[in-house]
Design a protein around this ligand. Structure first.
Ligand code: TRP
Length: 364
């Protein structure tokens, strides 16, 4: 047998512009994977249909963020020549595959999915008021992954239960219908600080509604202002006080963004992050100095992204066209998988040449 193609698939719900948490948690890695040349094919998509599962009364929010997220993708360096960028809702085969997968998952199994559990709580759905589409989105997510025969799914740890459920569905399907679909592997972020970047206020997660995000599209002034007001160690009142580094958002961001060469450029009096942390712990290092360092690093990282975005924004129809072409290419791949699925399921009455004869014999 020829070795299986290595195929990456991942995506985001287009519910708002992407922030630096997305950048360190997934986007940066995607670009590295894309440029590594180690994969035969890369799909990155906007899960607009999935976004509708919990934005049923605000569909315009999703529509308004499709180009926004495409701009984020392209400006961080996803290259449509190397990665197929597409929009979920425009691939009807996904709905078809989801429909068949629905028969392979019990309500009890969905209720056990820890991510669905917390999301139900977070959104305040009670009892049986959960929209069916929202409750079953892990099933449609399994279709997202398998329709493109993805072998590798780079996502955050919160998506682990989705991948586990996807693998179960694939095993069940292949058991019933014969080896047809591919079991994907999850690829988690490699740096602990990147697993989930806290908000600038120190809260566990960056979220639009909490107003604690630094967006990739923020201006240099906005970034400066947000870093200056960041949460640090509330007990570190005077510069001379010993400070805490754990749970100190500024240091968490440094863990995620700082590279050795940044010291030479912006803070040459320290050799590395360990020394900077040690000084902060001892006392004698002020928050402002650390924040200025972080701000310099963030600006260096974000400036090229902002510049590319400004260029791309000049020609929005071209951005839309990139999505359209990617979606067409993805649809071709999906249609081929769906042909295999229908054949495996024997839902091929009009294309299976032996079906008519077989049925004729039955009725003879
Ligand atoms: N659920 C993912 C998120 O909220 C988005 C997503 C949808 C996805 N389908 C996917 C990610 C398939 C990876 C693979 O971030």
């Amino acid at each position: 047998m020829t070795p299986r193609e290595k195929i990456i698939l991942t995506g985001d719900r287009p519910t708002g512009p992407l922030h630096i948490g997305h950048y360190v948690g997934s986007l940066r890695r995607r670009v590295e994977l894309q440029d590594s040349g180690a994969y035969d094919r890369i799909f990155v998509f906007e899960a607009d249909a999935q976004a509708l599962t919990d934005n049923a009364d605000n569909p315009e929010r999703v529509r308004q963020n499709v180009i926004e997220v495409a701009l984020d993708y392209l400006s961080v360096g996803l290259d449509p020549q190397k990665s197929t960028l597409f929009v979920q809702s425009q691939i009807p085969e996904l709905a078809e595959l989801t429909f068949y997968f629905m028969n392979m998952v019990s309500v009890a199994r969905l209720q056990r999915n820890p991510t669905v559990k917390t999301e139900i709580q977070m959104r305040g759905f009670s009892g049986e008021s959960i929209p069916v589409g929202f409750f079953t989105y892990p099933i449609s997510q399994a279709a997202d992954i398998t329709l493109f025969r993805a072998t590798t799914v780079p996502v955050g740890e919160d998506q682990e239960p989705m991948l586990e459920q996807c693998r179960e569905i694939v095993r069940r399907f292949n058991n019933i219908y014969g080896e047809t679909l591919v079991e994907p592997d999850i690829l988690l972020p490699d740096n602990a600080a990147c697993m989930r970047l806290p908000g600038t206020d120190g809260k566990a997660k960056m979220s639009k509604s909490l107003g604690n995000c630094i967006y990739l599209k923020d201006t240099a002034d906005e970034v400066e202002r947000k870093v200056k007001s960041m949460f640090t160690d509330p007990d570190h009142l005077r510069v001379s006080d010993p400070g805490r580094v754990e749970g100190n958002t500024v240091f968490t961001y440094l863990d995620a963004f700082c590279r050795p060469e940044h010291f030479g450029r912006y803070l040459p009096e320290y050799p590395d992050l360990d020394e900077l942390k040690a000084h902060y712990r001892r006392g004698g290092l002020g928050d402002m100095k650390v924040k200025r360092f972080l701000a310099a690093i963030l600006q260096e990282t974000l400036e090229p992204i902002r510049q590319r975005r400004a260029e791309l924004q000049k020609d929005i129809p071209a951005v839309l066209d990139t999505l359209r072409r990617g979606t067409e290419a993805a649809r071709e791949v999906g249609a081929r998988t769906m042909d295999d699925v229908r054949r495996a399921m024997h839902l091929d009455y009009f294309t299976d040449a032996s079906f008519a004869a077989e049925q004729a014999a039955r009725f003879a």
